[in-house]
Ligand binder design. Structure first.
Ligand code: R5P
Length: 311
């Protein structure tokens, strides 16, 4: 891993440390602080001239602060003559604003793609993008890894019998199908209607869940409106044990209050976003994405194929 340099902002230093351990390089030194007026101040301490630089920074809450840190770091590293800069966004914030679903609204996911590109990123590495098509917003290479590998192993080891994978909305069918295939399980879908940013309503369940153990799979749990509705609907329809697997623990607004009330056996997240001690509930587990990202970084550095990581 000669010539690999890894930096991080303030979004998730522990994940950056774990990735560095996996690839066997020290985390490089850079100050990412604030000026007295709140502006982002970055100083790269290590020499990056001619180096292959990876910046680990999920654009999680506070999204604007973390995004700005990432952009300013890219600028500082570009101007320090790095050979290549890969922006590693384990969680790609703003991804849900990926289309004009009402008049006079922005496509902010595209704007963020433009910003990363213009700041000087040469490539992007991420996990479970909210919608695969967001890749097309970039004119630089983007690798979108899948957490199904991590969750599949975890739930496979549990050997849950009589299992059905449930997508909490129609948009998640492709992801749910991948889990069902990996775990040799059935498939069901919740017909969800979004009422507002924080509220969803489950209309029907398509598929057989009565007497079955289920895993609800989703890319994001934000306010937990979707998941609460899905669990309620599954209970009404006679599901037995309910597990939840969600890649990105955004956990905003009323999420913790809602999750504390839902009756599930286990709520499993990855660590693309850190969960603070105050938000950690007893039924929550967090699985590390460091080996997956670390392996991808190693292969990108060695110019090897990473398609095996997509399977
Ligand atoms: C929707 O398309 C996503 O996959 C998630 O289900 C949604 O973003 C979760 O949001 P919330 O937890 O606020 O319902």
């Amino acid at each position: 891993m000669e010539k690999v340099i890894v930096f991080t902002g303030n979004a998730h230093p522990r994940l950056a440390e774990d990735i560095c351990k996996y690839i066997g390089v020290p985390l490089s030194n850079g100050e990412v602080l604030r000026f007295s007026d709140g502006e982002t101040r970055v100083k790269i301490q290590d020499n990056v001239r001619g180096k292959d630089v990876f910046i680990i920074q999920p654009t999680s809450c506070p999204a604007n602060e973390h995004l700005m840190e990432l952009l300013v770091m890219i600028d500082a590293i570009k101007r320090s003559s790095a050979k290549r800069i890969t922006a590693v966004l384990p969680y790609f914030g703003y991804a849900r604003q990926d289309r004009k679903d009402q008049p006079r609204v922005p496509i902010t996911a595209k704007l963020v793609a433009n910003l990363l590109d213009r700041a000087g990123a040469d490539r992007v590495l991420t996990i479970d993008l909210h919608a695969g098509q967001i890749q097309g917003f970039f004119d630089i290479p983007l690798d979108n890894l899948y957490a199904v590998k991590i969750f599949g192993q975890y739930f496979g080891d549990k050997g849950i019998k009589n299992l059905v994978i449930v997508s909490p909305d129609v948009g998640g069918i492709k992801m749910a199908r991948a889990y069902a295939k990996k775990l040799g399980a059935g498939l069901a879908i919740v017909d969800k209607r979004r009422i507002s940013d924080t509220q969803a309503e489950a209309m029907h369940i398509m598929g057989e869940v009565e007497g079955k153990n289920v895993i609800i799979v989703d890319d994001i749990i934000a306010t937990a409106g979707s998941i609460s509705e899905a669990v309620g609907a599954l209970r009404k329809n006679g599901a037995k044990d309910i597990y939840v697997a969600a890649t990105h623990p955004v956990l905003s607004g009323p999420a913790i209050e809602r999750l504390a009330k839902i009756n599930v056996k286990e709520l499993v997240f990855t660590d693309t976003i850190p969960i603070s001690k105050e938000k950690m509930l007893p039924m929550m587990t967090q699985l590390s994405v460091a080996p997956l990202l670390g392996e991808a970084i190693k292969r990108i550095r060695k110019e090897e194929s990473i398609s095996e990581l997509f399977e």
